[in-house]
Design a binder for this molecule. Structure first.
Ligand SMILES: [Zn+2]
Length: 154
């Protein structure tokens, strides 16, 4: 890593919403919940199903390794601890939920770089390249170059 910070100093913003498994596995994922009663999937996890209101049927599921970009915008003003401009958007997960996300730092922040409907993949990286958030890891999405190649002949 180019960062001077040690990996040991890195920590997840919220271990209840994202899982980073051991090297060589399927990679990071989000932690959602699926209702055994009606099949509804939510993120983040909830104790009660918002679709059928059962309170004893939600079980943890690993979701969100891939997604489809629903909408995006460039934020020109950053809150404390962030740097502008940066991309933010909503992605649709194949399991059902539409979630808010930041876009990974490997993606140039310029108009035309992202297209709604494009395939995305989950990454885990620092919340922002700032002293306040540089050691705080969270989930983001970036364009899935491999998937783009597969659909570009359409
Ligand atoms: Zn339900």
């Amino acid at each position: 890593m180019a960062s001077e910070r040690s990996v040991e100093a890195m920590h997840l913003l919220d271990p209840n919403i994202v899982r980073v498994p051991e090297e060589g596995s399927a990679g990071p994922c989000l932690l959602g919940a699926r209702c055994r009663g009606c099949g509804n999937v939510v993120f983040p996890r909830m104790p009660v199903c918002p679709a059928c209101l059962r309170d004893d049927a939600m079980e943890e599921v690993e979701i969100g390794r891939s997604a489809v970009l629903y909408s995006h915008t460039i934020a020109r003003f950053a809150p404390a601890g962030f740097k502008a401009p940066y991309f933010q958007g909503f992605v649709d997960l194949p399991e059902g939920p539409r979630i808010f996300t930041l876009i990974g730092s490997g993606c140039r922040v310029e108009p035309g770089v992202l297209h709604d409907g494009m395939a995305m993949r989950l990454v885990v990286e620092p919340l922002a390249d700032t002293p306040e958030n540089g050691s705080v890891l969270t989930y983001k999405y970036v364009p899935d170059a491999g998937a783009e190649g597969q659909v570009s002949h359409a």
